[in-house]
Design a protein around this ligand. Structure first.
Ligand SMILES: Cc1cc2nc3c(=O)[nH]c(=O)nc-3n(C[C@H](O)[C@H](O)[C@H](O)COP(=O)(O)O)c2cc1C
Length: 197
Protein backbone atom coordinates (compact mmCIF):
# COMPACT_ATOMS: atom_id res chain seq x y z
CA UNK A 1 0.00 0.00 0.00
CA UNK A 2 1.25 3.46 -0.86
CA UNK A 3 1.13 5.53 2.29
CA UNK A 4 4.27 7.24 3.52
CA UNK A 5 2.82 8.99 6.54
CA UNK A 6 -0.48 8.94 8.42
CA UNK A 7 -1.23 12.52 7.41
CA UNK A 8 0.03 12.36 3.84
CA UNK A 9 -0.44 9.95 0.99
CA UNK A 10 2.42 9.40 -1.38
CA UNK A 11 1.33 8.56 -4.95
CA UNK A 12 3.48 6.08 -6.91
CA UNK A 13 3.13 8.14 -10.11
CA UNK A 14 2.77 11.90 -10.65
CA UNK A 15 -0.83 12.98 -10.10
CA UNK A 16 -2.70 16.21 -9.30
CA UNK A 17 -2.54 16.76 -5.53
CA UNK A 18 -6.35 16.85 -5.25
CA UNK A 19 -6.60 13.09 -5.67
CA UNK A 20 -4.59 11.86 -2.68
CA UNK A 21 -5.74 14.89 -0.63
CA UNK A 22 -9.38 13.74 -0.72
CA UNK A 23 -10.16 11.21 1.95
CA UNK A 24 -13.07 10.15 4.12
CA UNK A 25 -12.80 11.33 7.72
CA UNK A 26 -15.58 10.61 10.23
CA UNK A 27 -15.05 13.50 12.61
CA UNK A 28 -16.86 16.73 11.78
CA UNK A 29 -16.89 20.08 13.55
CA UNK A 30 -20.11 21.86 14.51
CA UNK A 31 -19.70 24.26 11.56
CA UNK A 32 -22.86 24.35 9.49
CA UNK A 33 -22.75 24.65 5.72
CA UNK A 34 -24.80 27.29 3.98
CA UNK A 35 -27.34 26.51 1.33
CA UNK A 36 -25.03 28.25 -1.15
CA UNK A 37 -22.26 25.81 -0.22
CA UNK A 38 -24.62 22.89 -0.76
CA UNK A 39 -25.46 24.34 -4.18
CA UNK A 40 -21.75 24.47 -5.06
CA UNK A 41 -21.40 20.79 -4.12
CA UNK A 42 -24.43 19.93 -6.24
CA UNK A 43 -23.16 22.12 -9.07
CA UNK A 44 -19.93 20.11 -9.17
CA UNK A 45 -21.97 16.90 -9.34
CA UNK A 46 -24.02 18.46 -12.13
CA UNK A 47 -21.00 18.71 -14.42
CA UNK A 48 -20.13 15.02 -14.20
CA UNK A 49 -20.04 13.14 -17.50
CA UNK A 50 -22.79 10.62 -18.28
CA UNK A 51 -23.83 8.32 -21.11
CA UNK A 52 -25.67 10.34 -23.77
CA UNK A 53 -25.66 13.16 -21.20
CA UNK A 54 -28.65 11.56 -19.46
CA UNK A 55 -27.47 12.75 -16.01
CA UNK A 56 -29.21 9.91 -14.15
CA UNK A 57 -28.00 10.93 -10.68
CA UNK A 58 -30.60 12.12 -8.21
CA UNK A 59 -29.52 13.60 -4.88
CA UNK A 60 -31.73 14.33 -1.90
CA UNK A 61 -30.03 16.52 0.68
CA UNK A 62 -30.72 17.94 4.11
CA UNK A 63 -28.68 19.97 6.56
CA UNK A 64 -28.09 19.15 10.22
CA UNK A 65 -30.95 20.48 12.32
CA UNK A 66 -33.58 19.73 9.68
CA UNK A 67 -36.10 16.94 10.25
CA UNK A 68 -35.15 15.47 6.86
CA UNK A 69 -31.51 15.22 7.99
CA UNK A 70 -32.55 13.18 11.03
CA UNK A 71 -34.76 11.02 8.83
CA UNK A 72 -31.84 10.15 6.52
CA UNK A 73 -29.44 9.68 9.45
CA UNK A 74 -31.81 7.24 11.10
CA UNK A 75 -31.63 4.92 8.09
CA UNK A 76 -27.84 4.53 8.45
CA UNK A 77 -26.53 1.27 9.88
CA UNK A 78 -23.62 0.18 12.06
CA UNK A 79 -21.46 3.04 13.34
CA UNK A 80 -22.55 5.33 10.53
CA UNK A 81 -25.34 7.23 12.33
CA UNK A 82 -23.02 7.99 15.27
CA UNK A 83 -20.47 9.97 13.29
CA UNK A 84 -22.47 10.96 10.20
CA UNK A 85 -25.17 12.45 12.42
CA UNK A 86 -22.63 15.18 13.27
CA UNK A 87 -21.98 16.08 9.62
CA UNK A 88 -23.25 19.39 8.30
CA UNK A 89 -25.18 17.89 5.40
CA UNK A 90 -26.28 14.47 4.21
CA UNK A 91 -26.94 13.54 0.59
CA UNK A 92 -28.82 10.41 -0.43
CA UNK A 93 -27.43 9.48 -3.86
CA UNK A 94 -29.63 7.54 -6.25
CA UNK A 95 -29.98 6.95 -9.98
CA UNK A 96 -32.94 6.97 -12.31
CA UNK A 97 -32.92 3.43 -13.72
CA UNK A 98 -34.29 4.09 -17.20
CA UNK A 99 -34.07 6.50 -20.10
CA UNK A 100 -36.52 7.26 -22.87
CA UNK A 101 -35.28 5.90 -26.20
CA UNK A 102 -35.94 7.30 -29.68
CA UNK A 103 -39.23 5.41 -29.97
CA UNK A 104 -40.45 6.78 -26.66
CA UNK A 105 -39.96 3.52 -24.76
CA UNK A 106 -38.45 3.46 -21.26
CA UNK A 107 -35.35 1.26 -21.42
CA UNK A 108 -32.77 0.36 -18.80
CA UNK A 109 -29.88 2.78 -18.45
CA UNK A 110 -26.97 0.35 -18.07
CA UNK A 111 -24.50 3.02 -16.99
CA UNK A 112 -26.66 4.89 -14.48
CA UNK A 113 -24.65 3.70 -11.46
CA UNK A 114 -21.37 4.46 -13.18
CA UNK A 115 -22.52 7.99 -14.01
CA UNK A 116 -23.81 8.62 -10.48
CA UNK A 117 -20.44 7.46 -9.16
CA UNK A 118 -18.79 10.16 -11.24
CA UNK A 119 -21.22 12.71 -9.80
CA UNK A 120 -20.42 11.71 -6.21
CA UNK A 121 -16.69 11.96 -6.86
CA UNK A 122 -17.14 15.41 -8.38
CA UNK A 123 -19.02 16.45 -5.25
CA UNK A 124 -16.27 15.02 -3.04
CA UNK A 125 -13.49 16.82 -4.92
CA UNK A 126 -15.46 20.09 -4.87
CA UNK A 127 -15.94 19.69 -1.11
CA UNK A 128 -12.17 19.48 -0.66
CA UNK A 129 -11.63 22.72 -2.59
CA UNK A 130 -14.11 24.39 -0.18
CA UNK A 131 -12.31 23.18 2.95
CA UNK A 132 -14.90 20.46 3.47
CA UNK A 133 -14.77 16.68 3.35
CA UNK A 134 -17.31 14.21 1.98
CA UNK A 135 -17.65 10.60 3.15
CA UNK A 136 -19.79 8.05 1.27
CA UNK A 137 -21.68 5.30 3.09
CA UNK A 138 -23.12 2.12 1.68
CA UNK A 139 -24.24 1.19 5.18
CA UNK A 140 -27.91 2.12 5.19
CA UNK A 141 -31.26 0.36 5.30
CA UNK A 142 -32.49 0.64 1.70
CA UNK A 143 -36.19 0.30 2.43
CA UNK A 144 -36.01 2.82 5.26
CA UNK A 145 -34.04 5.32 3.18
CA UNK A 146 -36.37 4.94 0.20
CA UNK A 147 -39.27 5.70 2.49
CA UNK A 148 -37.49 8.59 4.27
CA UNK A 149 -36.76 10.44 1.03
CA UNK A 150 -39.90 9.31 -0.86
CA UNK A 151 -37.76 7.61 -3.54
CA UNK A 152 -39.88 7.23 -6.68
CA UNK A 153 -40.32 3.81 -8.32
CA UNK A 154 -37.68 3.20 -10.99
CA UNK A 155 -34.80 4.62 -8.98
CA UNK A 156 -31.89 2.85 -7.27
CA UNK A 157 -30.20 4.07 -4.10
CA UNK A 158 -26.42 3.94 -4.06
CA UNK A 159 -25.07 5.75 -1.04
CA UNK A 160 -25.53 8.35 1.61
CA UNK A 161 -22.79 10.99 1.63
CA UNK A 162 -21.94 12.98 4.76
CA UNK A 163 -20.12 16.29 4.30
CA UNK A 164 -18.79 18.98 6.56
CA UNK A 165 -15.68 20.51 8.05
CA UNK A 166 -13.24 17.97 9.42
CA UNK A 167 -13.06 17.82 13.22
CA UNK A 168 -10.49 16.40 15.62
CA UNK A 169 -10.23 12.62 15.87
CA UNK A 170 -10.53 12.93 19.67
CA UNK A 171 -14.24 13.62 19.39
CA UNK A 172 -14.88 10.16 17.93
CA UNK A 173 -15.65 7.00 19.92
CA UNK A 174 -12.43 5.05 20.60
CA UNK A 175 -12.86 2.39 17.91
CA UNK A 176 -13.44 5.01 15.22
CA UNK A 177 -10.64 7.24 16.50
CA UNK A 178 -8.10 4.54 15.74
CA UNK A 179 -9.33 4.39 12.13
CA UNK A 180 -9.34 8.17 11.57
CA UNK A 181 -6.44 8.31 9.13
CA UNK A 182 -6.09 8.42 5.36
CA UNK A 183 -5.89 4.93 3.92
CA UNK A 184 -3.43 3.60 1.34
CA UNK A 185 -4.10 1.98 -2.00
CA UNK A 186 -3.23 -1.16 -3.93
CA UNK A 187 -0.51 -0.53 -6.49
CA UNK A 188 -1.82 0.34 -9.98
CA UNK A 189 -0.69 -3.02 -11.41
CA UNK A 190 -3.16 -4.83 -9.12
CA UNK A 191 -6.12 -2.96 -10.60
CA UNK A 192 -5.07 -2.16 -14.16
CA UNK A 193 -3.50 -4.23 -16.92
CA UNK A 194 -1.95 -3.22 -20.23
CA UNK A 195 -3.92 -4.87 -23.05
CA UNK A 196 -5.46 -7.95 -21.42
CA UNK A 197 -6.41 -9.22 -17.99
C1 LIG B 1 -19.71 3.11 -2.10
C2 LIG B 1 -19.01 3.39 -0.79
C3 LIG B 1 -19.56 2.91 0.38
C4 LIG B 1 -18.94 3.18 1.62
N1 LIG B 1 -19.55 2.79 2.78
C5 LIG B 1 -19.04 3.23 3.96
C6 LIG B 1 -19.77 3.03 5.17
O1 LIG B 1 -20.89 2.50 5.18
N2 LIG B 1 -19.21 3.48 6.32
C7 LIG B 1 -17.99 4.12 6.34
O2 LIG B 1 -17.55 4.50 7.42
N3 LIG B 1 -17.29 4.34 5.21
C8 LIG B 1 -17.78 3.92 4.02
N4 LIG B 1 -17.12 4.19 2.86
C9 LIG B 1 -15.81 4.87 2.88
C10 LIG B 1 -14.70 3.92 2.43
O3 LIG B 1 -14.41 3.01 3.46
C11 LIG B 1 -13.47 4.74 2.02
O4 LIG B 1 -13.80 5.55 0.91
C12 LIG B 1 -12.30 3.85 1.65
O5 LIG B 1 -11.83 3.15 2.77
C13 LIG B 1 -11.15 4.64 1.06
O6 LIG B 1 -10.76 5.62 1.96
P1 LIG B 1 -10.73 7.17 1.60
O7 LIG B 1 -12.08 7.56 1.05
O8 LIG B 1 -10.43 7.85 2.91
O9 LIG B 1 -9.67 7.39 0.57
C14 LIG B 1 -17.72 3.91 1.64
C15 LIG B 1 -17.18 4.40 0.43
C16 LIG B 1 -17.82 4.15 -0.77
C17 LIG B 1 -17.23 4.73 -2.05
Amino acid sequence: MSLDHPTGRQPDHPVAPEFPARWSPRSFTARAVTEAEVMSLLEAARWAPSASNHQPWRLVWARRGEAEFAAIRDTLTGNNPIWAGKAAVLFAVASKDTVTNRTGAEVANRTAGFDSGAAWMSLALQAKTMGLFAHAMGGFDGDALASAIALPVGHTLHCVVAAGEQGPAETLPEDLRARERPSGRKPVDETARHGRF
